[in-house]
Design a protein around this ligand. Structure first.
Ligand code: URP
Ligand code: ZN
Ligand code: ZN
Length: 455
């Protein structure tokens, strides 16, 4: 399909300019004004008064994640639909092998699960143990187009790794041109705090944040950075939530180390007062790390402004109330996680750009371009340039909405942003040159593809 977009204000991470865009064979074929197009145009879109953004990239989602409480509520089909409706055209999910399973076998299985995704996707692969073949398997993953690996410093009883094994992963990944992403919480301390609280009968969701205090994150961040320096490995700190973590990231970046960081809308917009109340009102906020204080939110916004925090993911991992209820007499049994893939762009536009926390260009940088650069997708993704994939969002900056479980498309009966007002929404979403979303409806059911990334 050949598409001509006229009268557009194109916004990238570095520029904003008025132009026409011509899309052909899935790619951006021409940018300029006026364009001379010799081929037949199938569709002309007048984008007067609208912005054109690169499609969003969410580098942190968990679709169909197996847990003790069942699978997370969105699979790749429902989750990618919600993503597209929100203006996100690329997802990076995770491959979490069973113990004893090879990374490559787990990758093959996960690719099959992602077959029904409506948008393009890739994965971070998580070594959950260090076995005889792990080094070779990491190399094999890199050969197969997976260049980022995720390790968990928490969840020691299931998927978490000890420090020695984290170092081994970093060393191997660094040597082979990849990047390690880390869930930073001191797992042993968190486990002890959780059990101490529970043993004293403190079992409501309000004790979840108390069991995972900010210093358990910041100390893990500090340790991860020190290990990465010795292992000579680029690292990416996922879901940074605590203001006190930022000093360590900033220092490492100033000293020239390849240390990147991500935060999520929930840590920018929600605080720990959400844990006060009844189980049914508070359980949806049980996620790790937990929501923090207002001061932390300010520090996170500030570090986005200073480009210390490079990206925003959602850590999209919703569970239904029935699943959360598994922990109604013990917060340790509440499955951790919440949804957000549909709302990230709207929330950051409304509460970031329109509240003058970030510029338009920074909005693009943290929702798309930096994720593409850090994870080896640039300039195929994350950019509006001739030759890039035609993943574009025509953004109406005026439309007002209220987020609610009644109108969201995430496959979940809980909504952590319930009642949030938003201004601005994607009116048309184009992925690989095809119109996927128009006026809030997914109009193409064609599937996305696995994105191979170079080391
Ligand atoms: O609570 C969360 N974040 N659940 C998803 C898994 C993770 O830690 O990222
Ligand atoms: Zn995590
Ligand atoms: Zn996560």
């Amino acid at each position: 399909m050949n598409i001509l977009i006229k009268n557009a204000t194109i916004v990238t991470s570095t520029r904003a300019f008025n132009s026409e865009i011509y899309i052909s064979e899935g790619k951006i074929a021409q940018i300029g004004k006026p364009l001379k197009i010799l081929e037949p145009v199938d569709r002309t879109i007048d984008a007067k008064g609208k912005f054109i953004f690169p499609g969003g990239i969410d580098p942190h989602v968990h679709m169909h994640l197996p847990t003790f409480a069942g699978f997370s509520a969105d699979d790749f089909e429902t989750g990618s639909k919600a993503a597209l409706l929100g203006g996100t055209t690329t997802l990076i999910d995770f491959v979490t092998p069973n113990k004893g399973q090879s990374l490559i076998d787990a990758l093959i299985d996960r690719k099959r699960e992602a077959d029904n995704s409506f948008c393009d996707y890739s994965f971070h692969v998580s070594p959950v143990e260090w076995a005889q073949n792990t080094e070779q398997e990491i190399k094999d993953c890199i050969e197969s187009g997976i260049t980022s690996f995720k390790v968990y410093m928490a969840y020691k009883d299931t998927i978490g790794l000890n420090d020695e094994d984290i170092f081994r992963v970093m060393h191997t990944v660094g040597k082979n041109g990849g990047i390690v992403t880390l869930h930073c919480e001191i797992g042993d301390e968190v486990d002890k705090l959780r059990n101490d609280l529970a043993n004293k009968g403190n079992l409501n969701p309000e004790f979840h944040p108390i069991s995972r205090p900010a210093h358990t994150e910041s100390e893990a961040v500090q340790m991860a950075i020190e290990m990465a320096k010795i292992a000579k490995c680029p690292i990416y700190i996922v879901h940074t939530s605590a203001g006190e973590s930022i000093q360590f990231i900033e220092k490492a970046q100033k000293d020239g180390y390849p240390v990147y960081s991500e935060t999520c809308p929930q840590y920018l917009l929600l605080d720990d007062s959400k844990y006060n109340g009844d189980f049914n009102d508070t359980c949806k906020y049980v996620m790790s790390p937990p929501l923090r204080k207002r001061e932390d939110q300010n520090m996170l916004w500030n570090s986005i402004g200073k480009r210390i925090i490079n990206t925003t993911g959602t850590d999209h991992c919703p569970f239904n109330l029935k699943q959360k209820e598994q922990g109604n007499v013990d917060f340790r049994k509440i499955p951790n996680g919440a949804g957000g893939v549909e709302h990230r762009m709207k929330l950051l536009f409304t509460y970031g750009v329109l509240k003058n926390q970030i510029s338009y260009n920074q909005f693009i940088d943290i929702t798309s371009t930096q994720a593409a650069k850090i994870f080896g997708l640039y300039p195929q993704k994350g950019e509006i340039a001739v030759g890039s994939d035609a993943d574009l969002v025509i953004w109406n900056p005026k439309t007002e909405n209220v987020i609610s479980v009644e109108n969201h498309h995430q496959n979940c009966d809980l909504e952590i942003y319930e009642g949030f007002n938003t201004i601005g929404e994607p009116e048309v979403v184009i992925a690989n040159g095809e119109i996927k979303v128009e006026n809030g409806i997914l109009i193409s059911k064609n599937k996305g593809k696995f994105l191979k990334r170079p080391a």
